[in-house]
Design a protein around this ligand. Structure first.
Ligand code: DAH
Length: 368
């Protein structure tokens, strides 16, 4: 008999070498193998890699345990042991294959579960907030002003920012020596007979030139003046012009419209007053004041302890203006007003003029 190698596994030897002579002994060796597989190798499998190693060890074509048993125990068996070896081998092979397949399926299922767990959407997490743009404060203020006037039958017209002195001054009864014409105030366009309009009032003229009374318009738009920038001034600002002309408009209509508008804009508790003023295109002219929105009239720093805040200029249309648009001053009358929209935004939102135009989203975001 060849020298025994103590490291040699039983299936690396033939049954003869193992000294097996009865079918019962054959079964014993098979059972040992089976136990080796079921209570050792199979239990060691923790992941796919382990599984592959055990599969190769047992089912590997060239030198897997099953192949070795087939060669050493079955093929080399003595004829009287072949039947038993064949039966046991089939049994063992089936068991190994089945057990490995079950293990493979459970490893795969666990991996799938782990992947699902990894990809799981946590619906309790806060969502990604997509920032939406909003209308600029000036646009919001315009929208509010327009809502108020559209509700009482006014229509919106717009006009050019580049104007002629005729529309900006002359036809509005602003004489040659009026300070608004001063080149300290007005941007004149070099080498042309044009200027940047200093107010939206030119659209009064352009509108009346084109249409007969009744006229009820508001005119939103940018205007330009040579002001040095500070908390309440800039070289450009926004106005809303208003004009109502008809056959029978009185000072009462004027005051009623002003009251309605101011209360709609600033709130029902606000009172208004008219203070005598001067504009070449209105006669009489007035400054419209409202009770202070901070102290409600009792006096505070915002209203300089007067209880009143100056809102805008207005008045009854000066009959001289009708002469420029071929209206019959004896048959028509009306009123006009010129609202500083930036000033209104500043009053309503308590901000300074410059931040309105710096486009700092941290500021703008507050007014949704
Ligand atoms: N145009 C004037 C300005 O820019 C504002 C104004 C005042 C307009 C009285 C008017 C008005 O229509 O009646 O200062």
């Amino acid at each position: 008999m060849a020298q025994e190698d103590p490291n040699k596994k039983s299936y690396e030897k033939t049954l003869a070498e193992l000294g097996v002579s009865s079918p019962a002994d054959v079964g014993k060796h098979f059972h040992e193998c089976q136990a080796d597989f079921a209570s050792h190798d199979l239990l060691q499998i923790a992941n796919e890699e382990d599984w592959k190693a055990v599969r190769d060890r047992w089912l590997g074509r060239k030198s897997g345990v099953i192949t070795l048993i087939t060669n050493n125990w079955l093929k080399a068996a003595a004829p009287e042991l072949k039947r038993a070896a064949g039966l046991h081998l089939n049994e063992l092979k089936t068991e190994v294959e089945q057990a490995l397949e079950e293990r493979r399926a459970s490893i795969e299922a666990a991996a799938e579960l782990a992947a699902l767990e990894r990809d799981r959407i946590d619906l309790s997490l806060p969502g990604v907030e997509r920032l939406l743009g909003t209308r600029h404060l000036i646009r919001q203020t315009y929208a509010e002003l327009q809502r108020i006037f559209l509700a009482i039958g006014y229509t919106v017209v717009e006009g050019p920012e580049i104007e002629t002195p005729y529309y900006n001054f002359e036809a509005l009864n602003i004489p040659e020596h009026h300070p608004a014409r001063d080149n300290m105030d007005t941007f004149y366009i070099e080498g042309s007979n044009h200027l940047l309009r200093t107010h939206t009032s030119p659209m009064q003229i352009r509108t009346m030139e084109k249409q007969q009374p009744p006229v009820r318009i508001i005119v939103p738009g940018k205007v330009y003046r040579r002001d040095n920038p500070d908390a309440t001034h800039g070289f450009m600002f926004h106005q809303l012009e208003g004009l109502a002309v008809d056959a029978d408009i009185t000072f009462c209509d004027f005051k009623g419209t002003v009251d309605y508008f101011v209360r709609e804009f600033l709130g029902p508790g606000v009172k208004t007053r008219l203070r005598p003023s001067y504009f070449p295109f209105t006669e009489p002219s007035a400054e419209v004041d409202a009770t202070c929105y901070v102290c409600r009239g009792s006096g505070c720093r915002v209203c300089k302890f007067s209880g009143w805040i100056e809102l805008f200029g207005a008045g009854m249309v000066n009959p001289a203006v009708y002469g420029f648009v071929n209206y019959d001053a004896k048959r028509v009358s009306g009123f006009a007003f010129g609202i500083g929209v930036d000033r209104f935004a500043m009053l309503k939102y308590g901000t300074d003029l410059q931040v309105l135009f710096q486009n700092d989203v941290r500021f703008l975001r507050q007014f949704r």
